[in-house]
Design a protein around this ligand. Structure first.
Ligand code: BES
Ligand code: ZN
Length: 463
């Protein structure tokens, strides 16, 4: 395994690994699906599990209830005069459905080809847990950490972190920190450590088109009554042009130009779009013309349909004119777009294009702001050094197309820079059947983060 630089910390992590792995598997067995209320007792159980594992690691930990799922806080404040770092992760997971597409049950962790298969293995339980274990390595071997640490684990990331912003505002004294560290993303390639420079934001909607009060006989009424499914299809079709641009008026107005060196950095990464296409199984790639795939994914905003519902979808044919049609639509945002601004623009657009003969409404479900990093200072220096040591290769800087809503809030409310360093891998099936995390990455991740605390302890002293 890489990470051959031995230390008391790596020794400890190696020695305790069988136990660590058992504990991780216990964590992964809890079906803490935040989206489904039938799992509320499981999210509560996962929160309690995190609290107890923080205590085992040597932190003082408590569970805070919220109007949604609980938030867990762990604290270790024994480094007098040293800075405080906030570590964030989430213990909630996405629903596991469709279950029949899993090779092994989603909540029964199984190792195949060196990968741990389970819902939440990489997103984000494995990555949250490797942080807890890295802290434990310091506290168990040396009885202390070079800096003060606060851990915050939430249970609503996968449903938009609705209660977290308010919590951070309310508890900003408890959470006050000089820096924030998060592992909830992937590396660019196996063996290639990566630091994130941006995340896209999100604005999520339900678009509902209603016509007749009940489903009608499509022969007796079709032709005279406007069909809500067709009306919805027409509305959706107005949202892009043939070049893949989003046609919502004003959609691109707040898009901030990317620094040329950031774009140049993206172009230099060894990215093969054919390998990427194969990974998706799509016949060809598409998207907004005039941009590379990485730019489309990391630097450009999008509008996508996430779900469609209308009419008869059972076996065989049924001649029916549906009374209602619904689309789930979401936009990925880039700096400086905001979910609130996009909500207004979408509303105005739908009102403008909605056909007569149906009632159309838009319901905003949730959103999150986009984020871009400055990438300098002791926090990033420490991360670069720790990753280079653990992976025996310097990290690359990458963007990310997904969202972690709280990142922008941390920066704004706490005034602290955020470091995103993830240990997932391309093809990890996050949110999909057969989600996995590389066991080797889990192990090197623990070492890298353990080394990071030493590096940051030094880097923050010298400035
Ligand atoms: N771990 C992801 C964020 C992420 C996505 C990182 C893709 C790297 C690649 C996170 O758990 C997530 O899925 N976020 C949601 C946020 C949403 C529900 C507000 C997302 O991006 O869809
Ligand atoms: Zn996720």
């Amino acid at each position: 395994m890489t990470g051959s630089v031995k230390s008391d910390l790596t020794d400890y992590l190696e020695k305790t690994y069988p136990q660590t792995r058992d504990e991780l598997f216990d964590f992964l067995r809890i079906p803490s699906v935040s989206a489904k209320s039938e799992h509320n007792s499981d999210t509560a159980k996962a929160a309690e599990w995190v609290r107890s594992s923080l205590e085992t690691a040597g932190l003082k930990a408590q569970v805070f209830p919220t109007p949604g799922h609980p938030i867990v806080i762990g604290e270790w404040r024994g480094a007098e005069g040293a800075p405080t770092v906030l570590v964030y992760g989430h213990y909630d997971v996405q629903p596991a459905e469709p279950l029949d597409l899993w090779t092994s049950p989603p909540f029964e962790p199984t190792v195949r080809n060196g990968n741990i298969y389970a819902r939440g293995s990489v997103d984000d339980k494995g990555q949250l847990f490797l942080h807890i274990k890295a802290l434990q390595a310091h506290l168990a071997t040396r009885g202390k950490l070079p800096v003060n640490v606060v851990v915050i684990a939430e249970g609503e990331e996968e449903i938009g972190s609705d209660n977290l912003e308010h919590f951070v505002e309310e508890k900003k004294d408890l959470l006050a920190a000089e820096a924030v560290v998060i592992s909830d993303s992937a590396m660019f390639a196996p063996g290639q450590p990566s630091i994130l420079s941006s995340l896209r934001g999100l604005a999520y909607f339900e678009l509902i088109v209603e016509g007749p009060t009940v489903d009608l006989h499509s022969g007796a009424y079709g032709g005279a009554v406007v069909n809500p499914a067709m009306a919805l299809a027409r509305i959706l079709a107005t949202m892009h042009d043939e070049k893949g641009h989003v046609m919502i008026e004003g959609f691109y107005d707040s898009v901030r130009e990317w620094k040329p060196e950031v774009l140049a950095g993206m172009r230099k990464l060894p990215f093969d779009s054919e390998t990427f296409r194969k990974e998706t199984g799509a016949p060809t790639l598409g998207g907004e013309k005039g941009y590379t795939v990485l730019e489309q994914l990391w630097a450009r905003p999008t509008l996508e349909v996430n779900g469609l519902l209308s009419g008869y979808i059972g076996e065989g044919a049924k001649t029916v004119l549906p009374s209602k049609a619904m689309a789930k639509v979401s936009c990925r945002l880039v700096p400086d777009q905001s979910p609130q601004e996009i909500e207004k623009l979408i509303l105005a657009h739908v009102q403008k294009v909605a056909p007569k003969g149906v009632n159309t409404s838009v319901r905003f479900l949730h959103g999150g702001k986009p984020w871009r990093a400055e990438l300098n200072g002791p926090l990033y220096d420490a991360a670069r050094r720790a990753l280079a040591t653990a992976f025996e290769k310097p990290p690359v800087v990458v963007g990310e197309g997904g969202s972690i809503p709280v990142v922008g809030d941390f920066e704004r409310i706490l005034g602290a820079p955020v470091l995103l360093v993830g240990f997932g891998l391309p093809g990890e099936n996050a949110h999909a059947p057969d989600e996995w995390m590389s066991e080797e990455n889990f192990r090197i991740g623990m070492r890298a983060i353990a080394a990071f605390w030493d590096e940051y302890g030094v880097a923050s002293k010298s400035c």
